[in-house]
Ligand binder design. Structure first.
Ligand code: CA
Length: 272
């Protein structure tokens, strides 16, 4: 989990040695080189810049969020309150909704073509829906907990609250690859809602107001987007940050959280 605010650039090896003679310079240089961490690549740290603010249903315990075909799709959790819904961006209104039976706790959500796939927390089942009608058409099964879900164009990417992501075949729901997520070489636990953006995996981390950007090849965290300052625009009742949606066609990035009354469009770092 991501801790307190960090320097603008992290992961760089800082080496401070008191030099008392010119000969020590060479020794110090060697010492610096030798002590550099293996995972020495820098991590970009940016603060989320709000481009627009839209209403969001403050009763929605947001567990999954995506944007497709002109609308937001949202998975909400809690037993007895879980749902899949299509939401109008501009006013936050629910256009269509499919409620889950009381025994299921809705979790991550991904779109695969004309289908939506929704995880459940501890039931080991994923529901497949028709994108247009939100009608449930199929049930898939998996082991362990379901947290976040995204689609990279070839495979589903799934989180389960651990430090490891699974890459899953959409048709069989078989795990094809596992990837441990690390920050400066240390495992990052509690990976939650996911989104695949421009070849990167973006992830919420439970209990954190920071979004991490993950290299899907190595699992290394390459960037952090801080959103803690958005709390000043939210009531105390707002829960944790947990919702990232990418509108690929219009290059818009949306974030929200559990029981947040607002959904923010934020500027995509590196886009300028
Ligand atoms: Ca998402």
């Amino acid at each position: 989990m991501i801790g307190p605010p960090m320097p603008r650039t992290s992961g760089l090896a800082l080496c401070s040695i008191d030099l008392s003679g010119a000969l020590l310079i060479v020794a110090a240089a060697l010492a610096c080189t030798g002590s550099a961490p293996a995972a020495g690549a820098s991590i970009s740290v940016t603060q989320a810049h709000v481009v627009a603010r839209y209403p969001h249903d403050a009763r929605a315990f947001t567990q999954g969020l995506l944007y497709a075909a002109g609308a937001l799709y949202e998975s909400t959790g809690l037993y007895g309150q879980s749902s899949l819904r299509r939401v109008t961006l501009t006013d936050g209104g629910i256009e269509a909704q499919s409620r889950l039976p009381r025994r299921y706790f809705g979790e991550g959500l991904a779109r695969v073509g004309a289908r939506l796939i929704q995880l459940t927390w501890k039931s080991g089942v994923a529901f497949v829906y028709d994108l247009a009608t939100l009608e449930r058409v199929r049930t898939l099964h998996y082991n362990g907990e379901g947290w976040g879900l995204a689609w990279n164009g070839r495979q589903l990417i799934m989180s389960d609250g651990s430090d490891t992501l699974r890459f899953i075949a959409a048709d069989t729901f078989r795990t094809q690859r596992r990837l441990q997520v690390t920050r400066s070489g240390q495992p990052v636990e509690n990976i939650n809602e996911l989104e695949y953006i421009n070849g990167e995996i973006w992830a919420n981390v439970r209990y954190s107001d920071n979004i991490i950007r993950i290299d899907p090849g190595s699992g290394a965290v390459t960037g952090i987007v801080e959103t803690g300052h958005l709390r000043r625009q939210l009531p105390a009742s707002a829960g944790v940050l947990n919702g990232i949606a990418w509108d690929m066609d219009n290059k818009r990035l949306f974030i929200t959280g559990k029981n947040w009354p607002a959904l923010f469009q934020i500027h995509l770092p590196d886009a300028e």
